[in-house]
Design a protein around this ligand. Structure first.
Ligand code: DNO
Length: 348
């Protein structure tokens, strides 16, 4: 596997110099965050970013994300133009050495939480999702870090209605049509496409969400049954629901060689539809991280991993989920499990 770390570009206070000092991290996962969703990425900017990353001895082989516009997801408005731009982005990124592109097909809302600074017993802070608090939120007025903030409340209300109108089957159909367009381009460019699951793993605000459980992932992979049509397996997103058996799922899809990127983090499940983000360490949450990492290792996983959201610790002030310290602890913890497996598997 290749251990990577998410970096938000030149303005990220977690500099490349810090990132390269985390033992075992060989590359960053990044994007051109300033380009509006749906547009083509300027070649000069991609080249500059790659050269900058490489100048620190780090690789830029994974992009997270090339965002999919609401027009594409709804197949309305400017979707034809946006699809052409998406394909052009795959081609250009391949030209600059990108091997894997993460994207999602979540309607309107990317990852959703009710609070970003919940104080844990030890004084650290975590992102949390409490069902009763989410029920009180007005989705048209909500923006969370990482979301496309360009929509006005009335536009969000209109989008919600459109997704309700096409329903879950309409969304599956649009996803299939999207994949039929982009996977051949990805194959031709040798770029692995890796869909990120919906987070949390259930429909929210009355709109459908697709990539939430094993049954739906099976359906997704068969929409276009091609090696280049794969997953970003996010243990925290699937693990938000106690119904998902994370170690089983990750082992199954890794054996099929359809996991191209893994986001590894832990989560504390609180009943069916509430959770708190935890430290990566197994005993802090509900997921067995050794079992999860072992399932990847047993399958001979040789692609990209990154630690995912960290808690805010040691008085750090940073983008929620994306501080340096707890994610660095996560990377080192995963590396420790991996090294142990590497060195002991022959002894059994
Ligand atoms: C959250 C992230 C997601 C992810 C996108 C991928 O922290 O994992 O926002 O980047 O869903 O498109």
């Amino acid at each position: 596997m290749k251990m990577t770390f998410r970096w938000y570009g030149y303005d990220d206070k977690n500099t490349l110099n810090y990132i390269r000092q985390i033992p075992g991290v060989t590359g960053v996962v990044t994007a051109l965050y300033s380009v509006p969703v749906g547009e083509a990425w300027p070649e000069e900017e991609i080249k500059k970013l790659k050269e900058y990353v490489n100048s620190y001895g780090l690789e830029m082989e994974v992009i997270e994300s090339v965002p999919v516009s609401e027009d594409i997801k709804l197949r309305s408005g400017n979707y034809k133009k946006h699809l052409e731009n998406f394909k052009a982005n795959i081609r250009l990124l391949a030209k600059y050495g990108v091997k894997c592109i993460c994207y999602n097909f979540m309607p309107i809302f990317d990852w959703t939480r009710s609070q970003l600074d919940h104080v844990n017993k030890d004084g650290s802070q975590s992102l949390v999702y409490y069902e009763e608090d989410v029920a009180k939120l007005d989705p048209t007025k909500l923006t969370l870090p990482g979301w496309d903030a360009s929509y006005k409340p009335e536009e969000v209300a209109d989008l919600i209605k459109k997704y309700q109108a096409i329903g879950e089957e309409g969304l599956w159909n649009n996803l299939k049509l999207f994949l039929e367009e982009i996977i051949p381009v990805a194959r031709e460019c040798d770029v692995l496409m890796a869909i990120h699951p919906d987070d949390p793993a259930w429909p929210i605000f009355g709109i459908p969400r697709l990539i939430i459980n094993e049954k739906n992932v099976d359906r997704f992979l068969s929409l276009v049954d091609d090696h280049y049509n794969g997953l970003t397996f996010c243990t925290g997103s699937f693990g938000s629901s106690p119904k998902n058996d994370i170690a089983k799922m990750i082992g199954k899809y890794a054996k099929m060689d359809r996991i191209h990127f893994a986001h590894i983090r832990n989560v504390r499940q609180l009943g069916e539809h509430s959770f708190e983000e935890a430290a990566h360490y197994s005993y802090d949450g509900s997921l067995d991280m050794v079992k999860i990492v072992k399932a990847l290792h047993d399958a001979g996983f040789d692609k990209y991993i990154r630690p995912d959201h960290g808690r805010m610790i040691w008085d750090e002030k940073a983008k929620p989920g994306y501080g340096l310290y707890d994610r660095a602890l996560g990377a080192v913890y995963i590396n420790g499990i991996w090294e142990t497996l590497d060195k002991t598997e022959g002894e059994k």
